[in-house]
Design a protein around this ligand. Structure first.
Ligand code: MN
Length: 324
């Protein structure tokens, strides 16, 4: 399929480059490094070769979210956003941008988001899960009350917010002890991000801001497969939900979430997501440079779905959602 739009596609600046070291093994670090630092070379050639017209770029992970010092988090976010804006200006027909945000300081994060949308022409934000704030051992999640005003501005500016994975901190990760192979994209990314998304849904955030739009990668971090059970466990007890939100969790999932195919190139999983959330809410993505563009595109172009759904997921949904 020609004209695809991809939106979980990462780059890095020197300050955040080493955050991506160690994930995929020493033997590919040189290649990964060159992919992360490249925008207009190999990346664009891969897009051309595999029918991707537009890529929405975002900073690597955990990057800004892992900088416990508030001032430095703010400085690095601004630097990354300025760098990204400059790259998009070089080729705006092919590249668009998501803001990196210093959630360590909700007020500064809000102002930086406004700057990115209004002055730099970005089309949303991508945040890597919880933030470490002051204490490197802290993990502050986005459903907490200090972020309510931030979310109000996100709703008002009417662009989506991409909730992207990061690993749990070592002291939060006893379940993975002795099994480091489960960290990262194998399992921990999905578990961490799915719970974060459920926290947002249960917190009442979407009752307060009914226009909020959240994007999840990896075909929903396992949520499409599990969302029915979240609401329907032990139904015979007729117990009232124990969370502050007003409605069923599945209703928030269906009305506020969009899912991308990043790093999850599996037709069976795609069809499950389509059955739960609908083909209007699924978007093509690759997760370059951690996954290959050819693996994503060759799979997607041949996946056994209708041509109308392929057009929607490959291009039309993103065009509408990001006003491209
Ligand atoms: Mn990613």
């Amino acid at each position: 399929m020609q004209g695809k739009i991809a939106l979980e596609e990462h780059f890095s600046i020197e300050d955040t480059l080493m955050d991506s070291a160690g994930f995929l093994g020493e033997h590919v670090w040189e290649e990964l490094k060159s992919r992360l630092l490249d925008i207009h070379g190999k990346r664009l050639a891969q897009m051309d070769q595999h029918g991707i017209e537009i890529t929405i770029l975002s900073l690597n992970a955990p990057a800004v979210q892992a900088i416990a010092d508030r001032k430095r988090a703010y400085d690095v976010a601004r630097k990354a956003n300025d760098f990204l804006a400059e790259q998009v200006r070089k080729n705006p027909r092919r590249f668009q941008a998501f803001a990196a945000l210093p959630m360590q300081d909700p007020e500064r994060a809000t102002r930086e988001y406004e700057r990115c949308i209004k002055e730099l022409g970005f089309v949303g934000a991508l945040v890597n899960g919880f933030s470490q704030i002051d204490d490197p051992k802290s993990a502050v999640y986005l459903d907490l009350p200090q972020y309510r005003d931030f979310w109000g501005v996100v709703e008002k500016l009417d662009y989506p917010f991409y909730l992207h994975p990061r690993n749990p901190l070592p002291h939060m990760a006893q379940i993975y002890e002795g099994h480091p192979w489960l960290l990262g994209p194998t399992w921990a990314f999905g578990q961490e991000t799915a719970v974060h998304a459920l926290r947002l849904m249960g917190s009442g955030l979407f009752d307060k801001y009914p226009g909020l739009k959240i994007v999840l990668g990896h075909l929903g971090e396992g949520l499409p497969y599990s969302i029915w059970r979240v609401d329907n466990r032990n139904a015979w007890t007729k117990a009232k939900p124990k969370y502050p939100a007003k409605r069923k969790i599945g209703e928030y999932f269906q009305q506020h979430f969009w899912l991308t195919t990043s790093g999850n190139f599996r037709t069976q999983t795609l069809i499950d997501a389509m059955l739960e959330i609908g083909s209007d809410r699924i978007l093509f993505s690759t997760d370059w440079p951690f996954e290959n563009i050819d693996h994503a595109a060759i799979w997607f172009d041949a996946a056994t779905i209708s041509e109308l759904d392929r057009q929607k997921i490959g291009r039309l949904n993103a065009k509408a959602l990001f006003k491209l």
